[in-house]
Design a protein around this ligand. Structure first.
Ligand SMILES: NC(=O)c1ccc[n+]([C@@H]2O[C@H](COP(=O)([O-])OP(=O)(O)OC[C@H]3O[C@@H](n4cnc5c(N)ncnc54)[C@H](OP(=O)(O)O)[C@@H]3O)[C@@H](O)[C@H]2O)c1
Length: 296
């Protein structure tokens, strides 16, 4: 039985989401998503902005996986092309070839905030949940201030906030922990689960930073303890899981998907290792995505 997190609306979300943005942004993700499903991934992370929802639909169909085995997320574009949030989701459902998504997220608060529509968008998201077009609803790239705006009148508290934590303000990886920890604490208090993306940034987007030696020491200890090689990426993934976050990652390689899936079976990081990742992480702030949201 693979690890799932409980959401504040009673639904369960598989801990590992396979991303179809970044490396697959605007590209055909059929082969990669099909390979991910066939390797054992249950949770697919899409978005209208990635312009490849049809290819996720094709992959699901080719894999033959039953709909109720999969957990499918899509996200509302910053500037929806349809005249309502519901219509834009209906277009996504058609492309994905499904009747509902498990999770629908507002991808970014920026446009809605600028146009004074953030609360209206959230209200429409709530209607979508009531109608069952999305089982759960949430947000992405929201700071504490953005969450406070919708929480003023919300009937439904967002189930998740997809963000990047380490090295960034909301992105979750060690080099955003300086600013991300406040949103992490706020979300925890409100029962909003954080989904991390860009979590592997320290090992390939921002190498040579202060977390590198901590990862190397932890991977050596875990390799000895488990009797198998444990990579720095798995140490980062383990940190995210132990912090109670869903991990949204991606790979063009089946071996890396297998490696990610195997992380849950590894021994836990010690409290000292977790503290060391965070203490070293806050020494170096590095943001790679959504700089406009955070005025950087
Ligand atoms: N909500 C948002 O605004 C937002 C923003 C960004 C991303 N996302 C979501 O999160 C997903 C994952 O994002 P991400 O790509 O930033 O995740 P990530 O987990 O930080 O990075 C995944 C990438 O890391 C590469 N990688 C893994 N291990 C590596 C290693 N040891 N050396 C070099 N490269 C390595 C993989 O390349 P290989 O193919 O070579 O394995 C893959 O392209 C996206 O696809 C999207 O669904 C959401």
């Amino acid at each position: 039985m693979s690890l799932k997190f409980l959401l504040n609306d009673g639904a369960h979300i598989p801990w590992l989401g396979f991303g179809t943005g970044t490396a697959f942004y605007g590209k055909d993700a059929t082969a990669a998503v099909r390979a991910a499903i066939e390797t054992g991934v249950l949770h697919l992370d899409g978005a209208q902005a990635y312009r490849n929802e049809e290819t996720i639909g094709q992959a699901i169909s080719l894999s033959g996986a039953p709909r109720d085995r999969l957990y499918i997320t899509t996200k509302l574009a910053e500037s929806p092309s349809e005249n309502s949030v519901k219509n834009t989701l209906k277009s996504s459902l058609k492309k994905l070839g499904v009747d509902y998504v498990d999770l629908f997220l507002i991808h970014s608060p920026v446009t809605a905030l600028k146009e004074g529509k953030l609360k209206q968008w959230w209200n429409e998201m709530e209607e979508i949940k009531t109608e069952g077009l999305a089982k759960s609803i949430g947000v992405s790239n929201f700071t504490v201030e953005h969450l406070q705006v919708i929480l003023e009148d919300a009937k439904v508290v967002p189930a998740v906030n997809q963000a990047r934590v380490l090295f960034q303000k909301t992105f979750v990886h060690p080099y955003t922990w300086d600013t991300a920890s406040s949103i992490y604490d706020f979300c925890k208090e409100k029962g909003i689960l954080i989904e991390s993306y860009g979590g592997l940034s320290p090992i390939f987007r921002a190498t040579g930073g202060p977390v590198d030696p901590v990862l190397a020491i932890a991977s050596e200890r875990l390799s000895k303890a488990s009797g198998n090689p444990v990579s720095s990426g798995q140490v980062l993934t383990k940190w995210l899981i132990q912090k109670g976050m869903v991990v949204v990652t991606t790979s063009s390689k089946v071996s890396r998907i297998q490696e990610a899936l195997a992380t849950t079976a590894l021994p836990d990081l010690t409290t000292d290792e977790i503290t060391a990742i965070e203490t070293e992480g806050v020494k170096w702030h590095r943001r790679f995505f959504m700089k406009h949201v955070f005025n950087e």
